[in-house]
Design a binder for this molecule. Structure first.
Ligand code: C2E
Ligand code: MG
Ligand code: MG
Length: 608
């Protein structure tokens, strides 16, 4: 073991003459720890195990000389200095030993002062050397650590400690050369945790990250030979199965992943179910290189996201043309406004008590030049992605307000027009000015305008949201929450916002007459909303049975195909005329005479 204690300097005296060794030790032992050996060979041995700050060595010593000792050990002992003892006759050898690495030499006959000075100087030099090497070692260590860190960052995701896309692509390329050779198949799965953004908005960054880590942990359970799991950007993970024999194996594997992700995530003692989508591409059918396979798994993922439920989609060539069509649609959408291709349809909203039209929801329609029908559920998300929703939304708002004014001027009883506002629109900086300008320009009564917001719009940046809503309330505009129940907002949060109306999503309405659970959920939403002073509108009412049940629950209003689909302004006007002439009393009698299904009546009785 080397002794690295710098305060107690260690000197090795090497000389074949005992008198010289003893003399030197006598001079130096008071200040330093001294060891003595009588030959260069012995010195070599002891230097292998013991550390010395300084070696004070004779040059001429029987077999091995001091010069050889220096040249053999100097490189391996960078923190040891060598001082040579030279007689007059070997002064040239002393110079030679300095050439091979000795620091200094002391001439015989000895002068005690000179020895002390030379030793001190040599030891000072040794201290400097030692510090320099320590510094260099430290620096080297730091560089090593930094390099490892950089390597890690460029290949791994720090949050989940999974390989990142970079490393995944590398491994995929390697695996591809292997499967090519092995004639095996390979599958790529791209998995996205959908609505993760909402989780971040509602529960904060820390909880969002914890959820991502938990998802990564679940996916790590699937790592075994031939499987690589990676985290791509944001909410996406990638899995590579490199040793597969056929599609069934991929399906089986995917189902296991789905079972695992379908388990709830625990956030602040809330059980959260996070929807997910999976897109799959297979080698060699869907591509021969990493880039194509990843792209096609991505296309399958986009398709899978469009499904309502969490699930998976294998890539198909039709999807490729679908992606192509989507690109074309984006190009067309960019020109749709200037080409006047949009039209606003209106769906009546009715009072639950008397079936009178109380207003209408403005729903945009796009008449594409090739006359293909594109549902707003398809082009609105695209408009949001491209930012086109801002001008389109403004156009819808202006058109709907103008239309409202026209019907008012014609003498129809006051109606409320509701216009959908996407999250992006709601967060645009000049939203309030745009709304105020349109109200002014179209001369409508702001009390007759309702803006429908989604839950996700109001979850982000809560204090700003309250500011905007307060200002809208101040000018008289009504606010409703659309598709309530599909997001993560809670009624207790909504309580803090100046809202007017809650629109229950059609999925609940459609299931409520077949599922008692759904029925009691609708009932709870309605009664809690009423307690908060909000009116409730049911969306997607398609049957009399649903309507009767809503009536019993004292739901304030409804809209749905039972009365009318969204229609053009012209047809809506006809509906208005018809509805104003309809004998509601007759309808009401008929409505109440019919019997409710027994289980619904039971829910009603136990609930109120
Ligand atoms: P939303 O605001 O929840 O609109 C209601 C949707 O439900 C409409 O679909 C409507 O046609 C449909 N619906 C109404 N009654 C029934 C029914 O009884 N059964 C069924 N199955 N469906 C019914 P639409 O017009 O296809 O619009 C879909 C979504 O697109 C809207 O959902 C809204 O989120 C969005 N959207 C439509 N127009 C606009 C717009 O001008 N701006 C923005 N930002 N979004 C819009
Ligand atoms: Mg709506
Ligand atoms: Mg809705």
């Amino acid at each position: 073991m080397k002794n690295l204690d710098c305060n107690n300097k260690r000197i090795l005296i090497v000389d074949d003459q005992a008198s010289v060794r003893n003399f030197l030790r006598e001079i130096l032992a008071a200040k330093y720890h001294c060891e003595m050996v009588s030959s260069a060979e012995e010195a070599l041995e002891i230097l292998k195990t013991d550390y010395f700050n300084l070696v004070l060595s004779d040059i001429e010593m029987g077999k091995m000389s001091g010069i050889e000792l220096v040249s053999q050990t100097h490189n391996s002992l960078p923190d040891t200095v060598f001082v040579m003892i030279s007689g007059n006759q070997d002064i040239e050898d002393a110079v030679e030993s300095m050439r091979v690495g000795a620091f200094d030499y002391i001439k015989k006959p000895f002068n005690i002062d000179q020895i002390e000075i030379a030793i001190e100087r040599a030891l000072n030099h040794q201290s400097l050397l030692f510090s320099k090497h320590q510094y260099e070692n430290h620096l080297e260590e730091l560089v090593k650590i930094r390099t490892e860190e950089l390597n890690y960052i460029s290949n791994y995701d720090v949050l989940t400690e999974l390989p990142n896309r970079n490393l995944f692509e590398d491994r995929l390329s390697q695996a591809l050369s292997h499967v090519n050779y092995n004639r095996k198949n390979l599958a790529i799965l791209r998995i996205s945790l959908d609505q993760l953004k909402n989780v971040f908005d509602v529960f904060g960054q820390c909880n969002g990250n914890a959820l991502l880590k938990e998802a990564a942990k679940r996916l790590k359970n699937f790592i075994f030979e031939g499987v690589t799991v990676a985290r791509f950007e944001g909410n996406e993970f990638g899995v590579m199965l490199s040793q597969i024999n056929g599609t069934e194996e991929v399906v089986e594997f995917t189902k296991k992943i789905m079972d695992s992700l379908n388990q709830p995530f625990l956030i602040e003692s809330n059980q959260i179910f996070v929807p997910f989508s999976i897109g799959i591409s297979l080698f060699p059918n869907d591509g021969g290189d990493a880039e194509t396979l990843l792209k096609n798994a991505g296309i399958a993922l986009t398709r899978s996201r469009e499904e309502e439920r969490s699930g998976y989609q294998f890539f198909t060539t039709e999807m490729n043309s679908f992606a192509q069509k989507r690109m074309e649609m984006e190009m067309d959408l960019r020109h749709a406004l200037e080409r006047n291709e949009f039209e606003v349809y209106y769906q009546p909203k009715l009072c639950t008590k008397n079936r009178k039209i109380i207003g209408m929801e403005a729903l945009v329609r796009w008449n594409r030049p090739d006359s293909t029908f594109v549902s707003p559920a398809e082009f609105i998300p695209l408009a949001e992605e491209t930012g086109l929703i801002i001008p389109i939304g403004e156009w819808v708002l202006r058109t709907a307000c103008k239309q409202l004014k026209e019907w008012e001027d014609e003498g129809f009883s006051p109606l409320i027009v509701s216009v959908n506002l996407s999250a992006q629109q709601f967060h645009q900086p000049d939203l309030l000015e745009v709304i105020k300008d349109i109200i002014k320009e179209t001369k409508i009564n702001p009390n007759n305008l309702e803006l429908e917001l989604t839950e996700s719009s109001i979850l982000k940046n809560k204090s700003k949201v309250i500011g905007i809503l307060d200002e809208l309330k101040r000018i008289g505009v009504k606010i409703s929450i659309d598709d309530f129940g599909t997001g993560y907002s809670s009624l207790s949060y909504l309580k803090r916002l100046p809202l007017d109306i809650l629109k229950i999503d059609k999925s609940f309405i459609q299931d409520m007459t077949i599922s008692p659970d759904e029925a009691s959920l609708v009932m709870t939403i309605i009664s809690l909303a009423h307690n908060l002073g909000l009116k409730v509108i049911a969306e997607g009412v398609e049957t009399e049975e649903q309507l009767r049940f809503l009536h019993l629950l004292r739901c304030d209003g409804w809209q749905g195909y039972l009365f009318s689909k969204p229609v053009t302004a012209k047809l809506f006007r006809e509906l208005l005329i018809e509805n104003s002439q309809e004998n509601t009393t007759a309808w009401q009698l008929d409505f109440f005479r019919s019997n409710l299904p027994r289980e619904m009546a039971e829910i009603h009785c136990s609930g109120f």
